[in-house]
Write a protein that binds this ligand. Structure first.
Ligand SMILES: Cc1cc2nc3c(=O)[nH]c(=O)nc-3n(C[C@H](O)[C@H](O)[C@H](O)COP(=O)(O)OP(=O)(O)OC[C@H]3O[C@@H](n4cnc5c(N)ncnc54)[C@H](O)[C@@H]3O)c2cc1C
Length: 467
């Protein structure tokens, strides 16, 4: 007869918490294992976890995510016709395959858990929850149904559950986008792309149908400043100039005094300005138009009943060398049936215990508070700059943890799990996400798309959730 395996647990040394078994607790060396949690599973959260695993041998990282699915704006922001950008997901999947990584989807800080809950359960809490609101212009007429934020429009075509029912009326010929950053250009491109260019992407089926029926012919991209201050980058602008059946129309009067400054410009700005100048001189054809419109400051949005009529702008003059603008006291209207406001994302504070600068919309730097990504830097920058920030901030945390060698007294997920269970919250782990992922890929395959995103949270939980 085989001897029964003996359990070497000295009850005298056990605290109630240490008897709770969890994935992290069962890992070798767990008594000295530091427990870190990250709030938000976008690029900042994943790159932070990646560097922590690289630098610390004995650490558990739990990532809490508001949505049942991971990857933040890589899934819900990056344009569907830029699939190559989403390849970063391969790196994130490798991070998730670390045995000490845990994804806890469908858990919202500030609703399901407090900041204090996390601080009590973990050695370090890292805030990487991004910026999920947007700035407003504060001009009359802005709050009508046909003025949408570009953020929500992006969420709509990318299948963000909270935006799937957004009322997007494309039964008009002219759209004004207020703002000239890369998000604004993404939105313009989606509105003007021939539908066949979008069919094979992971754009949601309902938005594909709406875009196929769209009557939009002209998209204005309006900004207060001049061509030398344009916030979009050359790659995005060049893509617009190459869209089939779309002419890019620039007003040559906005370029007065620009050409002579070109030799003095930094390289990236020089190349973009040269492309803008050459495009402004080219004869083009196409039944649709893309019109970057500089030196236009929106002052009012005019509607009649439920119909949007136009945006009224004050024309600005510019000192090209200094880049400063001032109103000329002259006004112009651009007729349109839809306005998309694209003047930036805004960070918010989900819990009053988080030190927060509500003007800048960023988490404040304080001892013991660790934040990264857009909620740390503000909502600018691409995945690469977000990665640099995550590496920088995680290096600081590693230094702190290395200074403090005392064993962890925190119980990590074991504590949080009991809280979530007592509230009846269904969570999704990384295997649950894999199930959702494979259903999406299967659904997409029938339509010749890389995936057809599930846009209902209930459906996601039905496939990947567990209580
Ligand atoms: C429309 C758009 C297109 C873009 N396209 C590109 C591109 O083509 N190339 C490129 O390099 N960069 C692009 N970017 C920039 C890039 O997406 C960002 O640099 C990056 O996503 C920022 O990462 P983050 O982790 O800080 O935030 P996010 O990606 O926003 O991740 C934050 C995560 O936190 C979660 N969260 C929010 N609140 C809570 C809460 N209370 N509790 C728990 N979880 C929460 C969110 O659901 C989200 O998953 C684009 C950005 C936008 C807006």
């Amino acid at each position: 007869m085989l001897a029964k395996p003996r359990l070497f647990i000295s009850l005298a040394k056990c605290s109630p918490g240490s008897l709770r078994l969890s994935h992290n607790f069962s890992t070798a060396g767990s008594e000295s294992m530091k427990r870190i949690c990250i709030v938000g599973s976008g690029p900042a959260g994943f790159y932070f976890a990646q560097n922590i695993f690289k630098k610390l041998p004995n650490v558990a990282v739990d990532v809490y995510e508001k949505l049942p699915v991971p990857f933040g704006l890589v899934r819900y922001g990056v344009a569907p016709d830029h699939p190559e950008v989403k390849n970063v997901i391969n790196t994130f999947e490798k991070v998730a395959s670390n045995k000490n990584f845990r994804f806890v989807g469908n858990v919202t800080l500030g609703r399901d858990l407090t900041f204090a809950d996390l601080k009590n359960a973990y050695d370090s809490v890292v805030l990487a929850y991004g910026c999920s609101h947007d700035k407003e212009l504060g001009i009359p007429g802005e709050r009508v149904p046909k003025v949408l934020s570009a953020r929500r429009f992006v969420g709509w075509y990318n299948g963000l559950p909270e935006d799937r029912d957004l009322q997007v009326d494309l039964d008009c010929e002219s759209v004004v986008i207020l703002g000239q950053g890369n998000v604004a250009v993404d939105v313009a491109r989606i509105l003007l792309s021939p539908i066949d260019m979008l069919k094979g992407t992971d754009i949601t089926e309902y938005s594909l149908e709406a875009l196929a029926a769209s009557r939009v012919k002209t998209v204005h991209l309006a900004g207060r400043r001049g061509p030398l201050q344009a916030a979009f980058t050359i790659k995005e602008f060049r893509e617009m100039t190459k869209l089939p059946d779309v002419q890019t129309i620039l007003d040559s009067s906005h370029f007065e005094g620009v050409e002579q400054l070109v030799p003095t410009l930094p390289r990236a700005r020089k190349r973009l300005t040269e492309l803008l100048l050459s495009t402004s001189k080219q004869k083009q054809s196409g039944y649709r138009s893309f019109k970057p419109t500089f030196l236009h400051k929106p002052v009012e949005i005019l509607s009649s009943g439920t119909a949007l009529e136009s945006v009224r702008f004050e024309l600005n003059s510019i000192d090209q060398e200094k880049g400063t603008v001032k109103g000329r006291g002259q006004f112009e209207k651009i007729d349109c049936g839809l306005v998309l406001r694209s003047i930036g994302y805004q960070g918010t504070c989900p819990d009053p215990d988080i030190p927060f600068d509500s003007t800048r919309g960023v988490v404040l730097k304080e001892d013991g508070i660790c934040s990264t990504g857009w909620i740390h830097t503000g909502p600018t920058g691409v995945i690469l700059s977000t990665m640099s920030d995550a590496y920088e901030q995680s290096n600081l945390l590693v230094e702190d943890l290395q200074k403090n060698n005392s064993p962890s007294r925190k119980h990590g997920f074991a504590d949080i799990q009991s809280k979530l269970r007592s509230k009846g919250i269904v969570t999704v782990d990384f295997d649950g996400w894999r199930k959702i992922d494979s259903v999406e890929v299967e659904r997409g395959a029938t339509k010749g798309k890389p995936r057809e995103k599930i846009v209902s949270i209930d459906k996601m939980l039905e496939i990947g959730g567990k209580t």
